[in-house]
Each structure stands twice: as C-alpha cells, then as structure tokens.
Design a protein around this ligand. Structure first.
Ligand code: NDP
Ligand code: 8X3
Length: 251
C-alpha cells in the first residue's frame, strides 16, 4: 500500500525537491504552502507520477492549519510521514538593530508553525502507533553565527523540540528525525534579504553550495530505512563549508 507524505513549504527549495523525489518514488503526496499558483503548477507536475493533494495555508494561522489538515479527503487523511520544512530567515542584523516584525516572523513560522502542524498530525500517529516526523533544522540550530541571533534561536528551538518529540513519541513507535543543512542555494537568502537578489546570490558565490535536491535525496534516504533504523540527527554541509562562518571560497 502506498504511504502518504505531507510536506510543508513545498512551493520552493528543499520542500519542492522533496515532493519531487517522493512523487517519483510513488508516495501519495500532500504539498503545502501559501502560494496557490505554485502549488497548482507542482500538483500538475507530480500528478504524472502519483496522487497529489494541495493545501494552502499559512503555518502561522493555527485555525487554518487545523482546518486544512483535518479536512483532507479520506484517501490522503492517513499521514505516514510528516516533513516539517516550512521556514525561513528574515533579516541578518545585530540584535540591537533587529526588526521586531522579523523576530515575530521567524519565531511564529519556524517554531510555532512547526508545532501547529505537528499538533494536528501527531494524534493519528500515536493512535496507529506508527509514523515518521522529519524536522528540518539547520546548522544555525547547532551553532550561532554573527547577526544570526533570532534565526539561530528559532532553529535551536527546532533542534530541542525534535529531541523532545523523539523522547515523548518513543513509547508509540513513532520515529522522529532532525536534518540540519548548511548553506543550500534556494530562495532562502532572497527571503532573508527581502528580495535583494544580488545580495542573496552573493551568499552562494565562490563555492559549490548544497542544492535543494541534495537535501531531498537525504530526506528520502532517512525515510526509506527499515522500521528498526532511525537516523535521529544529521548535519549536512557542502564540502566547502566547515562551520557556519568558515567556507572555502575559490574566488
Ligand atoms: P525557500 O525560501 O526556498 O522555501 C521556503 C518554503 O517555506 C516555501 O515553500 C514557503 O512557501 C514556505 N513558507 C515560508 N513561510 C511560510 C508560512 N508562513 N506558511 C507556510 N509556508 C511557508 O527556502 P528553503 O527551501 O531553503 O527552506 C526550507 C527549510 O530549510 C526552512 O525551514 C529553512 O530554515 C531550512 N534551511 C534552509 C537552508 C538554506 O541554506 N537554504 C539551510 C538550513 C535549513 P510559501 O512562501 O508559498 O508559503
Ligand atoms: C540556513 C543556513 O547558515 O544561512 O539555515 O543560516 S544559514
């Protein structure tokens, strides 16, 4: 029987590449994001491989999260794999200059949004005594870098919540894995720098960064291990990167 995977933040970057690899491996796919045009386009593309259902909601909107996931058609309603991927950075400023709206966005999306989605999905996993939750953290959740303050804080929270989930869901046989990428070239920096594409592309210049597909491939590997194997925690960086601040550039 086909398994069902729900992926948040599937309209771009890591989430989109993850939806593509799971579709090619014949999972039933639930793709989520705010941008309906992108969801429609991706649904059409993935439908060549498998059954796809789109849900458009803002993870900050608790009611929308609950209503959307609770009203899934029966065919998609049993979620085997939850990939909490939606998230982003907003700004890169020293704490004394930080923008409160940016702080709210990062805490509300990266931390509270992940919790809201998990809160809807976890009860069916504990009831069935099966399931796998993948939380996308970051190297920023393992290490703090200059001006990263609140983004790093939000990803440290994801790391702590992931560990807590693993402990609490252990009696139910539900697997929980944290995957922590380093620099991946996606729309991440465009969002962080509020549409400044030149500043965003400079982040990935002079070295070979990770691609969204590299992380998607790893997520699929983690999910496709036998039941008794849980890859609990993974840090993945490009070969050029040694830490959040050390990147070997050739330029
Ligand atoms: P992208 O900006 O390319 O994708 C972010 C995704 O999150 C989009 O699909 C976006 O969809 C969704 N999203 C953002 N805000 C919301 C919201 N309020 N409600 C619902 N969905 C939302 O970035 P990445 O693919 O790089 O990021 C994916 C995850 O990976 C994030 O959690 C990020 O922190 C993490 N990460 C990224 C790294 C990188 O270097 N790129 C490294 C380490 C971790 P939409 O706008 O349509 O809602
Ligand atoms: C994204 C990686 O180093 O830009 O989480 O914060 S970094």
């Amino acid at each position: 029987m086909k398994k069902t995977v729900l992926i948040t933040g599937a309209t771009s970057g890591i989430g989109k590449a993850t939806a593509q690899i799971f579709a090619r491996n014949h999972y039933k796919i639930i793709i989520c994001g705010r941008r309906k045009d992108r969801l429609a386009e991706l649904e059409k593309e993935l439908s060549e491989y498998t059954e796809v259902h789109s849900l458009s909601f803002d993870v900050r909107d608790k009611n929308a999260v609950f209503e959307s996931i609770n009203s899934l058609p029966e065919y998609f309603s049993e979620i085997d794999v939850l990939i909490n991927n939606a998230g982003n950075a907003h700004g890169l400023d020293p704490i004394q200059n930080g923008d409160i709206d940016d702080w709210d966005a990062m805490i509300d999306i990266n931390v509270k949004g992940l919790l809201y989605v998990s809160k809807v999905v976890i009860p069916q996993m504990t009831e069935r005594k099966s399931g796998h939750i993948i939380n996308i953290g970051s190297t920023a959740g393992k290490e703090v870098y200059p001006n990263g303050n609140v983004y790093c804080g939000s990803k440290h929270a994801v790391d702590a919540i992931t560990q807590g989930m693993r402990i609490d869901l252990n009696p139910f046989g539900v697997k929980v894995s944290g995957i922590h990428p380093g620099l991946v070239e996606t729309e991440f920096s465009e969002v962080r720098f509020k549409g400044d594409t030149e500043r965003a592309s400079n982040v990935y210049k002079g070295f070979d960064p990770l691609k969204a597909e590299d992380i998607a491939d790893i997520i699929h590997f983690v999910v496709s291990r036998p039941y008794h194997v849980n890859i609990a925690d993974l840090i993945v960086m490009s070969t050029a990167q040694a830490s959040s601040t050390i990147v070997k550039k050739t330029l």
